[in-house]
Design a protein around this ligand. Structure first.
Ligand code: 8YV
Length: 315
């Protein structure tokens, strides 16, 4: 690669990723501009590559602003905000960073354990000096639970692998019958009815385009002893129904890493004692963020060396 191709950065990257990009490319941080689309249009014809992330993606308008775009490398695996139809029509290669599955599964188990054993509440109990003064309200035993996984893709499969060590009975709901020894249910509601803990690990789909996968019926099927964990996308849950179920005690507890309008969190959740909340951090470890950034840069370098993308999405 003798030249330094122009790369438009559509969604923010970590400093390490920027350093790697800037060593090889002419980098335009359009996402930082007051009007990112106008900034993109101003340089559009020069741009041959783009970098984005799983939440920002690449829209049709952005694709149209870059008539010579060849590849977009996404720092994440979510494709909900990327217009795959528009990319396909233009022959643009879309590459993701499929190196985060372990971390997301680790966090899913952490949230389930934290919700069952009430870890944040226990931490607050100790810090506030209540130990020895008040009885500790008992948690729930996680080992041996009946676990349901909605979406048995790469993340769901890693969650299942970890659940095996907790002697859980594993079942799943997925449009695709997977070659696994776990019982498959036709729909999320039937799965929830037979689960003590329910993990949502399904691909999202664009916001507002489909009915939520988890609504009141699924939450009521999980029931007042049930634990719900979401490491997928906030908008595939009916968030108002989730809040109501938790407030009214129709759902036992929840561990949530994702929300409908991040970084906004429904105020009612902040006051509840039966929820554990994290700020969309499932892939936020030093190791995985570094690997994801290297994957973004590796895809772009390989492409512009004429060797093709490393981790392209099947279009
Ligand atoms: C990131 C994600 O937080 O991969 C995804 O789709 O949701 C996460 O890994 C996201 O890419 C934003 O950087």
């Amino acid at each position: 690669m003798n030249e330094r191709p122009d790369i438009a950065v559509i969604g923010n990257q970590r400093p390490h990723t920027f350093a790697l990009l800037e060593a090889r490319f002419t980098v335009h941080r359009v996402f930082e501009a007051p009007d990112p689309l106008a900034a993109l249009r101003a340089i559009g014809p020069r741009v041959r590559g783009a970098a984005s992330n799983g939440m920002a993606g690449l829209s049709r308008a952005q694709i149209e602003a870059m008539p010579n775009l060849e590849i977009v490398a996404i720092n994440g695996v979510g494709l909900e905000t990327t217009d795959l139809d528009a990319a396909r029509a233009r022959g643009i290669t879309v590459a993701t960073a499929p190196v985060l599955y372990d971390d997301v599964a680790d966090l899913a188990i952490t949230l389930a354990l934290s919700a069952c054993r009430r870890i944040p509440q226990a931490d607050r109990f100790v810090r506030s000096g209540l130990w020895g003064k008040q009885p500790w309200p008992l948690g729930r035993k996680f080992t041996g639970m009946r676990a349901g996984i909605i979406g048995l893709g790469r993340i769901g499969t890693e969650i299942a692998a970890r659940l095996a060590a907790f002697k859980t009975t594993i079942a799943y709901a997925d449009p695709v019958a997977r070659d696994v020894p776990y019982r498959r249910y036709d729909d999320a509601e039937s799965l929830a009815r037979e689960s003590d803990v329910l993990f949502l690990a399904a691909a999202g789909g664009a916001k507002g385009t489909r009915p939520p996968i988890v609504g009141r019926a699924v939450l009521d099927a999980l029931g007042p002893q049930g634990v719900f964990v979401n490491v997928a996308r906030g908008w595939i849950v009916d968030e108002a129904a989730l809040v109501a179920a938790l407030v009214e005690g129709r759902l036992g507890a929840a561990g949530l890493d994702v929300f409908h309008d991040e970084p906004s969190v429904p105020p009612a959740l902040l006051t509840l004692d039966n929820v554990v909340l994290t700020p969309h951090i499932a892939s936020s470890t030093e190791e995985t963020m570094r690997a994801m950034g290297e994957c973004v840069v590796g895809n772009l370098v390989s492409w512009f060396e004429g060797k093709g993308a490393l981790t392209p999405v099947a279009m």
